[in-house]
Write a protein that binds this ligand. Structure first.
Ligand code: SF4
Length: 381
């Protein structure tokens, strides 16, 4: 077997890893041992796996590897926010952001390099689509972040308590790899994160929301951004294919399958004079009347040539109050990581300076509080 055909064990779920060991004539229980070494302890060298005999270590070295994405840069903000730029196999760079808050730490993970959905306020969308990330490249972002905190064994003083698939890309357009990575996040042999604390955010790929419900029970967030089809067709073009009624029905089906009083997170980027008016709040109240949800308002963070502006604080408060008065649980996302340019819409220049890559390879992201920071995103998904 040549170097290029080695199997990357980083992105394999437990059943896949068991299948791998069987395929090389070894016992399935080896999968659990190796997963712990990889994900609990951040090990990437078979030699360090002390409970695995020398012969098997050599066999593994010959046919397998543990390889995460290449770290291009890592920054830590004075407020504790951390940002990684990593290069994936296609040569593109994507970003991962960690946001510490009281009692929890949320990691925002990318699923694609670029995005094909072209939401009008999103810098990632403007870059076009470059590549799907592999499962190893997706879980590799968690692996890298976890290692940066000192490879704590699972469940002990864990720095990463929540993961949100809200980075660059539309996760449901890279379904199999995203699902595999989320399964590893929730597996006790992986990162042991509760299903309630792993959130997939979608712009509304309705049929895939139903598919998701058949295979996993993570939390779901919908990037709404407009309370009527006419406006949403302009802001989130996939709405022309899957209009609001279709998307919200799919979300309701997904949430009702989860039971346990779980709700949809609705994300709404506030754009000055575009979707931030009282009539938009009223339409939103009507639209979400029978949707169990909480709402996360995201004041737009301008980036060059976006053509949009951030609403005034008064307009943001007014919008929030109108939703509150209608009985909704509403939070307003705050910007974090300003000093490392990890805040909303601040990343393009930095990444370009560091990597000299073309703009279409650059992720732009916003950060949030709530259970839902977003990357290339919060202006986005
Ligand atoms: S907002 Fe999300 S789905 Fe829309 S273009 Fe940006 S990354 Fe893609």
């Amino acid at each position: 077997m040549t170097e290029t055909t080695k199997v990357n064990l980083l992105g394999l779920t437990q059943p896949q890893l068991e299948g791998f060991f069987e395929s090389i004539g070894e016992k399935r229980f080896r999968a659990g041992q190796v997963m712990k070494w990889i994900h609990h302890f951040g090990v990437d060298d078979f030699e360090a796996m002390s409970n695995i005999g020398k012969a098997l270590r050599e066999k593994l070295r010959a046919c397998a590897e543990i390889r995460g994405p290449e770290i291009v840069s890592q920054d830590i903000s004075s407020d504790g926010t951390r940002k990684w730029v990593v290069r994936v196999a296609s040569g593109s760079c994507v970003e991962t952001v960690y946001i510490p808050q009281a009692g929890r730490g949320t990691l925002c993970v990318s699923s694609q390099a670029g995005c094909s959905l072209d939401c009008s306020f999103c810098s990632t969308g403007k870059q076009g689509f470059n590549s799907d990330l592999t499962a190893a490249e997706i879980i590799g972002q968690v692996w890298i972040a976890n290692k940066s905190f000192g490879t704590v064994p699972a469940k002990i003083d864990r720095a990463i308590t929540n993961v949100v698939m809200m980075g660059m890309g539309e996760p449901l357009m890279n379904f199999d790899n995203v699902v595999a990575a989320m399964q590893i996040m929730m597996d006790d042999l992986g990162y042991g994160i509760s299903k309630r604390k792993v959130t997939l955010s979608t712009s509304g790929v309705a049929p895939m929301i139903d598919e998701l419900g058949k295979v996993i029970d993570v939390s779901l967030a919908l990037s709404l951004h407009a309370p009527n089809d006419e406006l949403r067709n302009r802001l989130v073009p996939i709405n022309r294919k899957y209009p609001l009624a279709v998307v919200l029905d799919a979300c309701k089906r997904y949430i009702s399958r989860l039971g346990e009083k779980r709700v949809l997170t609705v994300e709404y980027t506030l754009l000055k004079d575009v979707n931030d008016q009282p009539e938009h709040a009223a339409q939103m109240v009507e639209l979400l009347r029978d949707v169990p949800c909480k709402i996360n308002l995201i004041p737009f963070n301008p980036f060059p040539f976006s053509g949009y502006e951030r609403p005034s604080n008064n307009a943001i408060r007014r919008f929030q109050d109108l939703l509150h008065q209608a009985g909704h649980n509403v939070t307003v996302r705050t910007t974090r990581g300003d000093d490392i340019d990890a805040a909303c819409g601040q990343l393009v220049g930095q990444v370009m300076d560091r990597t000299r890559r073309s703009e279409r390879h650059i992720a732009v992201r916003q950060l949030g509080d709530e259970a839902a920071p977003s990357a290339s995103a919060a202006n986005r998904t």
